[in-house]
Design a protein around this ligand. Structure first.
Ligand SMILES: C=CC1=C(C)c2cc3[nH]c(cc4nc(cc5[nH]c(cc1n2)c(C)c5CCC(=O)O)C(CCC(=O)O)=C4C)c(C)c3C=C
Ligand SMILES: [Fe+2]
Ligand SMILES: [Fe+2]
Length: 337
């Protein structure tokens, strides 16, 4: 009997923390027209001429800090999630894992599904909130590759799962291990995005960033807005944990370049909270389904040190979804639906 194909795709990571591999990774990642969304000539000059040569040695050092006996945490947990999902779904399904950048590639995972004679393919970009730079990029590449096949199978995509009930429960459960009530403030720190990309997602052209609170609540106009979906994820986790609105802040980290990115920036919020005398912060990172450089280094090390230098005491990361069986159940639910 033919199987249903499932393709999980996460962002990707270098093959090793060596500068040469980090260069290859950053080059492929940042040359993506949906990531650095400027004219091709300018992108090539910026990425190949400036970012890759100057950033790679620094980024390689950071990757060395989080690399362990299992390699890159992002790849390790992604492989585990695919394996757990295969076991959960059983023999009627063929689950493949791919990374948008580097390995395993989307092309090789699709080739495996094709060789497995699957009757259909369902793609799950492993990003809870939709962004053109993440989900959109995965969708585009999968469509490009499959469109060249002689027989194009039935194919479907999960666009986002920012409000998935089980996912919200796992984040909340992971936070409970740290007794959230013992912290002075809670942060929901999402990976950042250039404001320009939010504006491009607003098809009406007159809603997003045209008023101060455009992303605070989700509605028909902004339902695909990364920021609005992020605020919704944060609201749902806070609701699950009974955290009052005044006790948490949604913010955005990892800005790259000089253009404005979605605000407020996490670093500005750290300054504000420190100046208010807050000492202990609990930080969620719900743009990711697995711990990665951004959570294990930027939040756990960089923000912790930055906050302490400002007079704070501790920044505690809430563990990501990683190997949670409940998250695997959430994925299974998306597939069955
Ligand atoms: C939520 C998913 C992600 C979006 C959206 C996203 C957008 C985005 N990222 C950059 C630049 C960098 N991101 C880097 C690391 C990184 N980014 C994501 C996810 C999203 N990025 C993840 C999971 C990771 C970590 C991967 C890992 O191996 O652990 C990096 C590399 C690190 C560094 O040099 O700082 C860069 C660069 C841009 C420009 C962008 C949107 C336009
Ligand atoms: Fe990123
Ligand atoms: Fe918005």
């Amino acid at each position: 009997m033919s199987k249903k194909g499932i393709l999980l795709v996460n962002l990707g990571t270098p093959d090793s923390p060596a500068v040469s591999d980090v260069k290859k990774y950053l080059d492929q990642f940042l040359m993506d027209e949906r990531v650095i969304d400027i004219p091709a000539f300018n992108r090539t000059l910026l990425v190949k001429g400036i970012i890759v040569p100057f950033r790679s040695p620094k980024t390689a050092k950071l990757y060395k800090e989080i690399w362990n006996e299992n390699g890159s945490p992002l790849l390790f947990y992604s492989k585990l999630q695919a394996k757990m999902l295969q076991e959960r779904l059983g023999d009627d399904y063929h689950v493949e894992l791919a990374m948008r950048y580097q390995s395993p590639s989307i092309a090789s995972a699709l080739a495996n599904l094709k060789a497995g004679l699957v009757e259909s393919i369902q793609v799950i970009p492993m990003f809870p909130q939709y962004a053109s730079a993440s989900t959109g990029s995965v969708m585009q590449l999968v469509m490009e590759l499959v469109s060249k096949w002689q027989t194009v199978p039935p194919i479907s995509f999960i666009n986002s799962f920012h409000d998935n009930e089980l996912m919200i429960k796992v984040f909340a459960e992971n936070a409970r291990k740290h007794s959230p009530e013992t912290y002075d403030h809670i942060l929901f720190s999402f990976h950042g995005l250039p404001e320009r990309q939010l504006l491009k997602c607003d098809h009406t052209g007159n809603y997003c960033l045209k008023n101060a609170n455009c992303c605070q609540t989700l509605n028909d106009t902004n339902k695909f807005c990364y920021s609005a979906q992020g605020h919704d994820t944060a609201r749902l986790i806070a609701q699950e944990l009974n955290i009052a609105k005044e006790n948490y802040t949604v913010c955005f980290q990892s800005r790259l370049g000089k253009e404005p990115w979605v605000q407020p920036y996490t670093t500005d919020i750290l300054k504000k909270l420190a100046s208010e005398g807050k000492k202990r912060l609990l930080v969620f990172s719900p743009a990711f389904v697995a711990d990665c450089l951004e959570t294990l280094y930027e939040i756990t090390v960089e923000y912790h040190e930055e906050f302490r230098a400002l007079g704070g005491e501790h920044v505690q990361l809430v563990e990501s979804l990683n190997d949670s069986p409940v998250f695997i159940e959430a994925l299974a639910g998306m597939i069955k639906n």
